[in-house]
Design a protein around this ligand. Structure first.
Ligand code: TYM
Length: 382
C-alpha cells in the first residue's frame, strides 16, 4: 500500500485511508465521549450499552446539554438517515441498532431520512429508477431493525418534499457557496443539486419544532463521516430559531478485506443484509485477519486481533457480551485458536443474523405504511 492509499479522507461521501479518530475529533471540533457522560446516559437509560462501553461510539456534540435538558423534563427526539445508493451493509446497522436502543430506553420519536435526492446527485451511475428502487429496499432494512412504528417516521426526500421544502429554503439562504465549498470540498464540476443537498440533510433536525411547535433538542446518532453536515446545520440553527442539533458518533466497521474499506464496488468487502447466507459465509471465510503465515507459527506466537476484520465484527455486533469477546481475544492472542476456526464461529452467527433480518425484511413489506410520513401531514394541518 502506498502512502497515498494510507492518507486519511473522511467526508460524508468518501471514507478512506487509515482512520485516526483522535485527529477527527480535533479537526471536526467534536468532543470525546468520556466516562462521565456515558455514566449519565446509563443512569437515565437504566442500563449500559456495549457500543458505548467499547468506545465504538466515541465522539459527540452537546450531549451533556441534551441530558441536562432531559433531566429538566425536556425530552429530545432522534434523527438519523440513510443514502439509498445500494443495498445496506452490516456497518450501516451499527448506528441504527444504537438508535433503536436510545428510542427504546428514552421513549423518543425518531425521524429517519432516506436521502434519495442525495444519491441521485452524487452517484453518477445511478438512474432515477435505481435510486427509487433502493429507497424502497432500504426502508425494509430500517423497519427490520425494529424501530417503534408509533414513534418512527421515515422521510423520503423526493416523495416528502412538501413537508421539508419550507425549512430547506430557509437553511439554503443562510449557507453561502464558499461555506459549502470549505466544509464539503465541492469543486466546480459538482452539479448544482449536490451543492443544494446539504440544506436537505439539515431539515429533519428542525422538522419536529416546525410541525409541532415543540422546541426540544435533537440527537443525531451516526458515524463520524456525517459530522460536516452538522457543522453547517448547527451554524444556521439559532439564526432560524431552532436549537443546534446534538450528535453522538460511531467509528466505522471496517471492510472484510485488507485495507479496511467497505466498498460497493468490491462485493467481497462487506456483508450486505440481502446476501444469501451461503455468500455471506463465503465472505466471512475469505476475510482478512491478523493471522500468521503458518499454522505452526500461529500456535506458537498467537495472532493479532487488533487488525483483524473478523474480530471487529465480533466487537461491533456479534459479541455484545464482554466475556465472550475476552475469551475469543485470549484464544487468538495465545495461538489457541487459528483464523479458520475463528471464522467458523463467526459464519453461523452471521447466517443466523441474516436469516432473522431477512425474515423481518419480508414482514416489513406489509408494514411500510405504518412508518409513513403521511402522519406528519395530518400533524402539520392541525
Ligand atoms: P449512509 O447511507 O452513507 O450511511 C448510513 C449510516 O451508516 C453510517 N455508516 C457506518 N457506520 C459504521 N460503519 C460503517 N462502515 C459505516 N458506513 C456508514 C453513516 O454514518 C450513517 O449514519 N447522507 C447520509 C444519509 C443521512 C444521514 C442523516 C445519516 C441523512 N440524514 C442523519 C445519519 C444521520 C448517508 O448517505 O448515510
Amino acid at each position: 500500500m502506498s502512502d497515498k492509499d494510507d492518507e486519511m479522507v473522511v467526508t460524508p461521501w468518501e471514507v478512506r485511508g487509515k482512520i485516526d479518530y483522535d485527529r477527527l475529533i480535533k479537526e471536526f471540533g467534536t468532543q470525546r465521549l468520556d466516562d462521565k457522560l456515558k455514566k449519565r446516559i446509563y443512569k437515565i437509560a437504566g442500563e449500559s450499552h456495549f457500543m458505548l462501553e467499547r468506545d465504538l461510539f466515541f465522539s459527540h456534540r452537546d450531549m451533556d446539554w441534551v441530558l441536562n435538558e432531559y433531566e429538566k423534563g425536556d425530552k429530545f427526539f432522534l434523527y438519523t438517515g440513510r443514502g439509498p445508493s445500494g443495498q445496506v451493509h452490516i456497518g450501516h446497522l451499527v448506528p441504527w441498532m444504537f438508535t433503536k436502543w436510545l428510542q427504546d430506553r428514552f421513549g423518543t420519536r425518531l425521524y429517519f431520512q432516506l436521502t434519495n435526492d442525495e444519491k441521485f446527485f452524487f452517484e453518477p451511475d445511478l438512474s432515477y429508477d435505481d435510486v427509487k428502487g433502493f429507497t424502497y429496499d432500504n426502508a425494509l432494512d430500517i423497519i427490520a431493525t425494529g424501530f417503534d412504528p408509533e414513534k418512527t417516521y421515515i422521510l423520503q426526500d423526493i416523495e416528502d418534499i412538501d413537508l421539508m421544502y419550507e425549512i430547506a429554503v430557509q437553511v439554503a439562504k443562510k449557507v453561502t457557496f464558499s461555506t459549502a465549498r470549505a466544509v464539503f470540498g465541492f469543486e466546480n464540476s459538482m452539479n448544482i443539486g449536490g451543492i443544494w443537498y446539504p440544506a436537505m440533510q439539515a431539515v429533519p433536525a428542525f422538522l419536529h419544532q416546525h410541525l409541532t411547535g415543540e422546541k426540544v433538542p435533537c440527537v443525531i446518532p451516526c458515524a463520524i463521516d456525517q459530522d460536516p453536515h452538522w457543522r453547517v446545520t448547527r451554524d444556521v440553527a439559532e439564526k432560524l430559531g431552532y436549537y443546534k442539533p446534538a450528535s453522538i458518533q460511531n467509528r466505522f466497521v471496517p471492510g472484510l478485506q485488507e485495507g479496511g474499506k467497505m466498498s460497493a464496488s468490491d462485493p467481497m468487502s462487506a456483508v450486505l443484509t440481502t446476501d444469501k447466507p451461503k455468500l455471506a459465509k463465503k465472505k466471512v471465510m475469505a476475510a482478512f485477519t491478523g493471522g500468521r503465515d503458518t499454522a505452526e507459527e500461529q500456535r506458537k506466537l498467537g495472532a493479532n486481533p487488533d487488525i483483524c476484520s473478523v474480530f471487529k465484527y465480533y466487537t461491533f455486533i456479534f459479541m455484545p457480551d464482554d466475556k465472550d469477546l475476552e475469551n475469543i481475544e485470549k484464544k487468538c492472542r495465545s495461538g489457541e485458536i487459528l483464523c479458520g476456526e475463528c471464522k467458523q464461529i463467526l459464519a453461523p452467527m452471521m447466517v443466523e443474523f441474516l436469516e432473522n433480518h431477512q425474515a423481518a425484511r419480508e414482514e416489513a413489506k406489509e408494514r411500510i405504511h405504518e412508518f409513513s410520513a403521511e402522519r406528519l401531514r395530518t400533524e402539520a394541518r392541525k
